[in-house]
Design a protein around this ligand. Structure first.
Ligand SMILES: Cc1ncc(COP(=O)(O)O)c(C=O)c1O
Length: 456
């Protein structure tokens, strides 16, 4: 079989999968141990024909594939894949460019530069900010907080890249009590350690309390980074970002924004007021594989102070070819050899345009609103919170029934939602993040939840 025929076969498998999505059970049929038994054979000594490898892979893996791109997958915060982004992702693998250096891949360097500017534009961030395409919001935190660490220590004369953190003036990182766990991991990776964290009080939905932040800022004048969150992973709660920037900057602190999905509210004229003031922060971390519906993996970090960003990341080596004043992708990321992940992001944005992106954001948010209002009317169910694209529910009969309910919903297969714990209570998270999701999918899912409730 020729290479062209093999690729056609892969395309046919992919199209068959996507065409089956509307009626496919969302939960995988076979769990991990079953899949290991099926797939985990010994490595063969002899080669296998590529077509056979492909067909076997599809046949054997299929029962263990969760339909995360289904319009009724509402678990974690998982976007689907826009057609243009998926097709461009195939080409990204085909071209297999190492997105390290501008001179070695001029097209990718240009696409990354253009797409980064488009991101700054639609997210309403300063056009002069520097940026990096990384694997996800986790690595966007690592990247942006490395710049923050550089910035707050440079202000008091400490060069952290040169001298490290041993003997450095201690840095304080102020967060809301309900920040995402990836902030903690970024601080661990950066050597700041979680003991630098001062967690301040939050409201009932998990949004940072501004008075508590002000009180903590007054407590010390050491170098400080404030991490604000636009969209709590359980409730969707948005920290009061305009006020946070104001009080933090008055205290000479750096403001970093975790806007994994919430920052995309800025792309919608109808919703951008919800995060007004986020443009005044110093650094931002977000995902393209969530709201923008780009295939995994694609995160984005932006930093207002380009020199802090560059100072934390730039390296030079004789084999690095630079001889022109040009944006070098490797100057802004903690990675060296890397996938050209800006290509599918470029394709996604170009296929949507400003208007299509606004409509996508609006659809995700209005579908979440539909979930919240209709589920509130169901007996035995309580809607605990709803903001942006997130909805949090629980069974009023308590934790055990809530866990039984989410189990029933998952097993039924119509839709999929994640269990979680919120303020000591078991609950169920609904995250609407897929461009395919329509009101019909929401209504079908609500019917599935209602019937799961009757089975309890
Ligand atoms: C608020 C928030 N921040 C950070 C992350 C981490 O994102 P990623 O898994 O893409 O690294 C998530 C993931 O859901 C999130 O909801």
């Amino acid at each position: 079989m020729s290479e062209r025929e093999l690729l056609r076969t892969a395309a046919d498998h992919a199209a068959t999968y996507l065409e089956g999505l509307p009626e496919r059970r969302v939960e995988a049929d076979v769990e991990g141990t079953g899949m290991r038994a099926t797939l985990g054979k010994d490595l063969p000594d002899l080669p296998t024909e590529p077509r056979r490898v492909l067909d076997d892979l599809v046949a054997l893996a299929d029962p263990g594939i969760t339909a995360m791109v289904s319009p009724r997958y509402f678990g974690l915060v998982v976007g689907g894949t826009l057609p243009a982004a998926l097709a461009a992702d195939w080409l990204t693998s085909t071209w297999d460019q190492n997105a390290l250096l501008a001179r070695s891949t001029p097209a990718v360097a240009a696409i990354e530069e253009i797409t980064g500017q488009w991101f700054l534009d639609v997210l309403k961030l300063p056009a002069t900010a520097s940026f990096a395409f990384v694997t996800g919001c986790q690595m966007a935190h690592v990247t942006a907080l490395a710049a923050a660490r550089h910035g707050v220590l440079a202000r008091i004369g400490w060069n952290v890249e040169e001298n490290g953190l041993i003997g450095a003036p201690p840095v304080r990182v102020i967060v809301g009590g309900e920040r995402h766990v990836t902030i903690d991991r970024a601080l661990r990776v950066l050597g700041l350690g979680v003991s630098c964290i001062k967690a301040v009080a939050v409201d009932a939905n998990g949004a940072m309390n501004l008075n508590a932040l002000e009180a903590e800022l007054r407590r010390s004048d050491r170098p400080t980074i404030v991490c604000a969150q636009l969209g709590n992973v359980n409730t969707g709660a948005i920290d009061p970002i305009a006020g946070i920037c104001e009080v933090a900057h008055a205290a000479s602190a750096w403001v970093h924004v975790d806007g994994a999905f919430g920052l995309w509210a800025k792309a919608s004229p109808a919703y951008r007021h919800l995060i007004e003031g986020s443009e005044n922060a110093d650094s931002w971390a977000t995902d393209a594989h969530m709201v923008l519906n780009v295939p995994y993996d694609c995160g984005f970090a932006a930093v207002a102070d380009r020199s802090a960003h560059e100072g934390s990341m730039k390296v030079r080596a004789p084999f690095f070819l630079q001889d022109e004043p040009i944006r070098e992708p490797l100057d802004w990321t903690p990675e060296s050899s890397r996938r050209a992940r800006a290509i599918p992001a470029y394709a996604a944005l170009r296929s949507l345009g400003r208007q299509g992106l606004a409509e996508l954001v609006d659809r995700l948010f209005t579908c979440a609103e539909r979930f919240a209002s209709q589920l509130a009317a169901l007996p035995r169910l309580e809607v605990l919170a709803s903001d942006l694209n997130q909805v949090l529910i629980r069974a009023i009969d308590g934790d055990t029934v809530t866990d039984q309910l989410v189990n029933q919903i998952q097993k039924d297969g119509t839709c999929w939602m994640s269990p979680s714990t919120w303020q000591g209570h078991r609950c169920i998270r609904i995250s609407v993040c897929n461009w395919r999701t329509t009101e019909k999918d929401v209504d079908r899912s609500i019917d599935a939840i209602a019937s799961a409730l009757t089975r309890l």
